[in-house]
Design a protein around this ligand. Structure first.
Ligand code: PHB
Length: 386
């Protein structure tokens, strides 16, 4: 072989290798989110956040372009196993991203564990996902239900409230958030005197508001989100309770809801792992990009979707897009430092964000940060034996 033909052969081989790399098929992303029902807006924000990060990376993660497969889970746990299997078995996705509702997410986590599919949860807080049901292939970009409940309980006790009533939907997100609240509130010297429950996604609050008015606790702690949160905050104000019984909540009560809640939400104090006006270059850039892309303001759900894509990106970068290198992929996600609009965070050994919980107050259409309720709060990860 002449020098010239050797060089040509080498160039050809290199070209082929590049072509083979470029021809890696698109990574199949299964988005399982609510597109209908009380959590529809939350699902929409998560998807927008996810796609925004991917777009910022030129449409690729770890050198792979992405192909999306979508299922509307309707926030219905009874359909969850069938729905997630559409993605796992029918579409054979590489990654599942979802969902909002804890009950649906618990079924998704079971299916992901069985099939070994990578699952990134961009909202649902069900404690078991990074607790008793934890797994090497399951990660969360959001929070555990315990976390915002606990941080709000810390603040309520610091404010000197002694008797609290809680009100929420009777499913994992509600009951676990209330449990986190009670743990911190009672540690701080308070007492939860009564838990009020109604079925998800029921919004007939009147009888329960009457009970609150009769009992006159020092404070009410509420977990509601999405459309249900809009109605609850308005009904609470319309019942005249804002003047007599202070209302606190995990920040979902007032996130993505303020336009619709208007006057009724003004001054509400919550805690959450995000606040609209965090004045950091990272958050400002994120909010600008989001506003330009979607002509809307992002909320906590958009941040969690964005960070789910960042986590996936961190894993794929480490294995150059090769999903077969499972151990290296999961190790890279587990040890990533995610440069989030909420502030940088790392994952606990059980794969849940260890993060600051901010104290926020509603002013106009924003959840304005007035302090840090609890710094770098890890979920206890109870029952995880990974
Ligand atoms: C949940 O079901 O885990 C859930 C839903 C909506 C939220 C937060 C948690 O805003």
């Amino acid at each position: 072989m002449t020098l010239r033909s050797a060089l040509t052969a080498a160039a050809l081989a290199a070209g082929l290798a590049t072509a083979a790399h470029a021809q890696q098929p698109p990574l199949k992303i299964g988005l399982m989110l609510p597109a209908t029902g009380t959590y529809a807006a939350l699902g929409d924000a998560i998807e927008k956040g996810f796609r925004l990060y991917v777009d910022e990376q030129g449409g690729k993660l770890g050198g792979r372009s992405l192909q999306y497969f979508k299922v509307d889970d309707e926030s219905d746990p009874s359909k969850a196993t069938d729905n997630v299997n559409k993605l796992i078995k029918r579409d054979q996705v590489d990654v599942i991203v979802g969902t909002v509702h804890s009950g649906v997410a618990l079924a998704m986590a079971r299916a992901a564990k069985q099939s070994g599919t990578l699952l990134i949860v961009p909202n649902a807080g069900a404690d078991a996902i990074t607790g008793a049901g934890c797994a090497p292939n399951i990660f969360r970009s959001s929070f555990s239900n315990w976390q915002p409940g606990y941080s709000t309980g810390v603040v309520a006790a610091q404010k000197g409230y002694k008797r609290a009533m809680t009100i929420t939907w009777n499913y994992a997100a509600g009951t676990e958030t209330v449990k986190g609240f009670a743990e911190a509130f009672e540690k701080g010297g308070g007492k939860v005197v009564k838990d009020l429950l109604l079925p998800f996604p029921n919004v007939e609050f009147q009888a329960l508001l009457t009970e609150i008015a009769a009992q006159k606790p020092d404070v009410v702690f509420a977990f509601f989100a999405g459309g249900g949160a809009v109605k609850f905050v308005k009904d609470y104000a319309a019942a005249g309770l804002r003047k007599t019984v202070p209302l606190m909540g995990s920040g979902f009560l007032t996130d993505g809801t303020l336009q619709a809640q208007g006057e009724a939400a003004q001054g509400l104090i919550t805690t959450l792992h995000y606040g609209d006006d965090l004045n950091t270059p990272r958050n400002n850039a994120f909010r600008n990009h989001y506003a330009v892309a979607y002509k809307a303001n992002p909320d906590v759900y958009a941040v969690q979707g964005y960070d789910a894509a960042q986590m996936l990106g961190a894993g794929l970068a480490a294995v150059k897009g090769d999903m077969n290198r499972r151990d290296a992929l999961y190790a890279a996600i587990a040890k990533a430092r995610i440069d989030s609009p909420r502030g940088a965070f790392t994952l606990s050994p059980q794969h849940n964000p260890t993060q600051d919980f901010y104290l926020r107050e509603v002013k106009g259409e924003y959840n304005v940060v007035t302090g840090v309720a609890v710094k770098a709060l890890p979920d206890p990860g109870r029952g995880c034996t990974m």
